[in-house]
Write a protein of this length. Structure first.
Length: 244
């Protein structure tokens, strides 16, 4: 029995150490991502983003919009995402945090004051179909959890397009407007899934159309993806995207 006990104790120790190692990776399904973030000592938004240019930019092959003006995160302390009901989000997103929030088209490098924070707008192009807000904040050495992001882009349509829908995915809650009118809201604690929610039928005007979005998250990663789909559910791709 003594021999068996001596062999057993080291085995228990190995199991405990292995368990601690697994805990350290994260319990949020983003273990691999968090591990990468911890080892990323350069703290850069590359390779996830590049500076937006004035070159013609269309949606990607699946219709996703990749050129955006992103505001550095607004501190919004939140311990849990389960509170993101429709009523909570509407109140959080319709609160005025800075002047011209719903009317002004921001410029790259423009600064706004939100409480004690001075935040900067960044005109960027994402390397992926989705916009990785966590990487945006982390790379700029900004707060990554308990935050609210604002995003703006300009969609240029060659003609009037009726009966299109805005299809959005976000992590976590978000709300989106087209030309000043609410298009879609994504409530609850959710992961980013493409086309997670779609709007009612919308009309894209010939010429400029402005999309505004707000994304809120407590703990966990933050990202979003947006595209337009036609009546058959096919992506609308004959658009050009600009930041001004």
């Amino acid at each position: 029995m003594k021999i068996k006990r001596k062999a057993f104790l080291p085995a228990v120790g190995l199991v405990i150490l292995a368990g601690l190692g697994l805990q350290g990776r994260s319990a949020t399904s983003g273990g691999k991502i968090n591990s990468t973030a911890n080892s990323d000592t350069t703290r850069s938004i590359a390779p996830y983003f590049t500076a937006a240019t004035t070159k013609k930019k269309t949606p990607d092959a699946e219709g996703f919009i990749q050129r955006w003006l992103l505001l550095e995160p607004i501190n919004k302390p939140t311990r849990t995402n389960v509170i993101f009901t429709d009523s909570y989000l509407r109140k959080a997103f319709t609160t005025e945090y800075f002047p011209g929030q719903f009317t002004v088209t921001p410029k790259d490098g423009e600064k706004v004051k939100v409480g004690e924070q001075e935040l900067t707008w960044h005109a960027l192009e994402t390397a992926n179909f989705n916009v990785k807000l966590f990487r945006f904040a982390y790379g700029l050495r900004k707060q990554t959890y308990g935050v609210l992001f604002w995003a703006v882009t300009i969609v240029n349509s060659p003609r009037e397009m009726k009966n299109v829908r805005m299809a959005v995915g976000s992590n976590s809650g978000s709300m989106w407007w087209l030309n000043g009118k609410e298009a879609v809201i994504l409530s609850g604690d959710r992961r980013m899934v493409m086309d997670d929610c779609t709007s009612a039928r919308l009309t894209l005007n010939k010429g400029l159309n402005i999309i505004r979005g707000a994304v809120i998250n407590g703990p966990g990663m933050s990202d979003f993806c947006v595209r337009f789909v036609d009546e058959k559910g096919e992506p609308v791709k004959d658009l050009t995207i600009s930041c001004k």
